[in-house]
Design a protein around this ligand. Structure first.
Ligand SMILES: [Zn+2]
Length: 287
């Protein structure tokens, strides 16, 4: 586990449980995209990041705990879409949830959680904003898709796009905060950028060709839900029947994943969310 250099000035950590964490190293300081899920990883990454200079900004691509819990252990200003800040305030994970989660994914961190509080973003934007760290910049743009408050982050000097969970290389993330129409539109927005390297929210660093594979995975789930509706199955039945490939929340060689009951919950909520959208607009199945 260590930051891996993917361009002269961009480093990525893809082996932590939870989101990928990327470091952009400018002449006047650094930017981190997404903070680690596990506190022990966050402490280690904060140390490692500062070996490359001063960490000035931490960007959260959405409000989910796997992108934001580590904020607490990071120096610098936390930056996000305004909606991410709002949701972190209004839907902060409970102490009980965090204790249970940490007991499972990071038991060593339990003693570190005593003074933990959700660290909400200091700087927010509505449509777009650019962070400058000397000779490098990071262009943030609002892009609903994985959530209603997701963003895309583009480093034009290094031609790297950080997609957050709008695009994942490791199977599909939860749809529980997605709208089906936005989910597909966001992939078109990703394709419109002039990038050479695509850093996903989860999984390996990718290129343009991976987007079509990902879109096909999403389409497959949407079509399964559409087929359940066409067969007259209600939402509960559809939730019982439909599963999709989720390599984000499950165990791998590199890490222990989420408890089975949580993975089950993500998938049920995802199917329910898609079901609701398809009932309102059956044409979505053709996206
Ligand atoms: Zn995520």
């Amino acid at each position: 586990m260590a930051l891996e250099r993917i361009t002269p000035r961009v480093f990525v950590e893809t082996s932590n449980l939870g989101s990928n964490n990327s470091l952009i190293v400018g002449s006047e300081g650094n930017i981190l995209v997404d903070s680690p899920h596990r506190p022990t990883d966050a402490i280690e990454l904060a140390r490692e990041a500062q070996e490359h200079g001063r960490l000035r900004f931490v960007v959260n691509t959405d409000h989910h705990p796997d992108h934001t819990i580590g904020n607490f252990w990071m120096p610098g200003e936390i930056v996000s879409h305004a909606g991410t800040r709002k949701r972190l305030i209004e839907e902060a994970p409970s102490d009980e949830y965090l204790q249970n989660l940490m007991a499972r994914i990071d038991p060593e961190a339990l003693p570190l959680m005593g003074d933990y509080k959700v660290r909400i973003p200091d700087v927010v934007f509505i449509n777009e904003m650019t962070l400058h760290v000397g000779d490098l910049s990071l262009e943030l743009s609002f892009q609903p898709g994985h959530t209603a408050n997701s963003l895309l982050a583009y480093c034009p000097q290094e031609h790297v796009l950080f997609s957050g969970d709008i695009f994942c290389e490791a199977g599909l993330p939860s749809f529980q905060d997605s709208r089906v129409a936005d989910w597909f539109s966001a992939l078109e927005a990703v394709e419109a950028f002039d990038f050479e390297i695509l850093v996903p929210g989860h999984g390996d660093v990718a290129d343009r060709s991976a987007i079509e594979r990902y879109r096909a995975q999403g389409r497959e789930v949407v079509q399964k839900v559409a087929a359940a509706i066409a067969a007259g199955h209600d939402c509960d039945q559809a939730m019982d029947e439909i599963r999709f490939e989720d390599r984000i929340h499950v165990d791998t060689d590199q890490y222990i994943g989420y408890p089975d009951d949580l993975i089950e919950m993500f998938q049920r909520r995802s199917v329910s969310r898609i079901y609701e959208d398809l009932v309102a607009n059956p044409n979505l199945v053709d996206r």
